[in-house]
Design a binder for this molecule. Structure first.
Ligand SMILES: [Zn+2]
Length: 270
């Protein structure tokens, strides 16, 4: 399972081929994650065209808040219309906030949007897909905001997934111990990403997923070979192979684990 892709970011005429290559590569399911409320109807169409294989979420990404925080009613309306498997992606992105004209204001807006979506997920009984990015690698400001928000909203961490996990085992272990899920993207394979490469060797096998975050984040070796312009779900096999080596697991076992964990986290029927 590719637990985090953005199929709607591919040109409409390419989507069928992208999905066909994913199934051919051995994937069984893809969760196409929303980044803004105005894109969710496209996601719904993808779900309807690929029943039991493509699933979608409803949410507003922390870098998609230039127009302000959508009202609670807009989220609820979208959830009722779309029937998503999760809320997200939502979270905190201090990297992009720092680059904006008013970092403080944007960070506050991200916190408001995140808290709102956390509460909606909790109240509707939906899992949460969380994006968490620091202003600089090695800091834990966004991480701490995310942890505090979940605590304040009294969310059971078993319903929360930190996607594109980019921290060390020191964050991973207590997070998973508390019930939280993580997913590893192609950044795991990137040279020099030692913290995450070490972290996955500590992962709880029942609480990790794999993802591409496509069309972003091309995994190695495709990234260095510069053979492809963008990432797509089929490329997840490279991340899975790399993960299997680090974890000293069979490749197939890693894929099966991540599928099983994905089914569990997103409450998908077999
Ligand atoms: Zn994403």
């Amino acid at each position: 399972m590719d637990s985090h892709a953005h199929i709607d970011r591919f040109p409409p005429e390419e989507r069928d081929a992208v999905l066909a290559r994913a199934w051919e590569a051995g994937l069984e399911k893809i969760v196409s994650v929303a980044t803004a409320l105005d894109g969710v109807d496209t996601l719904r169409q993808l779900v309807e065209l690929n029943p039991g294989k493509v699933f979608c979420t409803v949410g507003t990404h922390p870098t998609e808040l230039d127009g302000g925080v959508p009202a609670q009613k807009e989220f609820i309306d979208a959830v009722e219309r779309i029937a998503p498997v999760a809320i997200g992606e939502t979270g905190i992105d201090l990297f992009s906030a720092a680059k904006s004209a008013s970092p403080q204001r944007l960070a506050e807006r991200q916190k408001r949007a995140f808290f709102l979506q956390v509460c909606i997920a909790r109240d509707l009984g939906l899992p949460l897909v969380i994006h968490c990015r620091e202003e600089e690698k090695g800091r834990l400001d966004a991480w701490n905001i995310v942890q505090r928000t979940l605590k304040d909203a009294k969310v059971d961490t078993e319903w929360a997934l930190i996607h594109c996990f980019d921290y060390s085992y020191q964050e991973l272990v207590p997070w998973q111990k508390s019930g939280g899920f993580v997913s590893f993207s192609g950044t795991l394979t990137h040279k020099g990403n030692v913290n995450v490469q070490q972290a996955i060797t500590f992962t709880h096998v029942g609480r990790f997923l794999l993802e591409t975050d496509s069309p972003f984040l091309i995994p190695e070796p495709l990234r260095s070979e510069k053979k492809v312009k963008c990432c797509e779900p089929a490329h997840m096999v490279h991340t899975a192979r790399f993960a299997a080596e680090l974890m000293e697991y069979e490749y197939e076992a890693v894929l099966q684990c991540s599928l099983k964990n994905g089914n569990k986290f997103f409450r998908l029927e077999k």
